[in-house]
Design a protein around this ligand. Sequence first.
Ligand SMILES: Cc1cc2nc3c(=O)[nH]c(=O)nc-3n(C[C@H](O)[C@H](O)[C@H](O)COP(=O)(O)OP(=O)(O)OC[C@H]3O[C@@H](n4cnc5c(N)ncnc54)[C@H](O)[C@@H]3O)c2cc1C
Ligand code: FES
Length: 289
Amino acid sequence: MEKILETARIICLDSLAPTIVRLRLESPAISAAAQAGQFVMLKVREGIDPLLRRPFSFHRIHPDKGEIEILFRIAGRGTLALSRLAPGDRVSLIGPLGKGFELPLDRTTPIAFIAGGIGIAPLGELIAQILSGPAPPQKAHLFYGARSASELLPANTVAELGLPVHFATDDGSFGYNGRVTKLFEEFTACAEEDFRPAEIYSCGPLAMQYHVAKWALANDALSQLSLESLMGCGIGACLGCALPSADSGPGHDLRFVHVCEDGPIFSAGSIKWNQILIQQSPPPTYLFS
Ligand SMILES: Cc1cc2nc3c(=O)[nH]c(=O)nc-3n(C[C@H](O)[C@H](O)[C@H](O)COP(=O)(O)OP(=O)(O)OC[C@H]3O[C@@H](n4cnc5c(N)ncnc54)[C@H](O)[C@@H]3O)c2cc1C
Ligand code: FES
């Protein structure tokens, strides 16, 4: 698909939580081509600070108005600089990039959406499209977790998505006390809830996605996981976004997928999860066994 370079005017920036900002941009060319699950590489400003573009998913796409929305967490200097811009300022975008979510063919199947932290961002557009379709799913639940209540979107904002939402926080400050994947597993195991998703869409940290993938594979559910990696270019040039592919052979015969071009959406079975090295210093350790 053609990649578009567009200078986008900021329409508004809304602070939704202490570290979460919603950015609405005038972006007629990219909004006309974008799909849920794809992303843009955004340059906050000219110059070398920050030097590289940063990847952001489409949170909402409004082709009729020529606008897109990005939901971002202030994580470092690029996102901090972005949060300090004002309506009328301009940012440079390249997009739409990557492969988007495939919408369910049979919309009557039960669907689970699982979001960890800012992983809620790409699910916003996806949920809106699935729920507004001709035959919305009879059963769809969103499981949404974060480290703490301050890192969640406000409950009334999430309620606007229009489906039952189950919150979890690692510190127990809001909703279920524990990991969102644990909440999901307990909910689906509860006979009274009678909820066995046949399809799962998820976005969040790799450690969370590992548990989602494990559940999907064990329960024979279709899965579409939006995966993150550090991205230098977003267009297949730097090879910095590689993850080990399930096609890898034994021993050192590792093959890789590139999140920016092959993804960011992957099925649970396409990644070699036990090879993912989480860099912790010192020493580097394998998070997954
Ligand atoms: C396909 C894709 C879509 C994304 N969509 C969104 C989104 O919709 N909203 C959002 O808030 N964030 C999203 N991210 C993550 C976002 O790109 C990073 O948070 C951002 O680049 C951090 O930039 P910074 O300059 O503020 O932080 P830096 O100072 O560069 O880094 C701050 C911290 O963030 C980590 N970080 C940097 N880049 C990434 C990255 N690509 N992924 C994960 N952690 C990173 C660094 O390791 C560091 O710990 C997405 C990432 C990818 C790969
Ligand atoms: S980010 Fe450069 S190749 Fe994927």
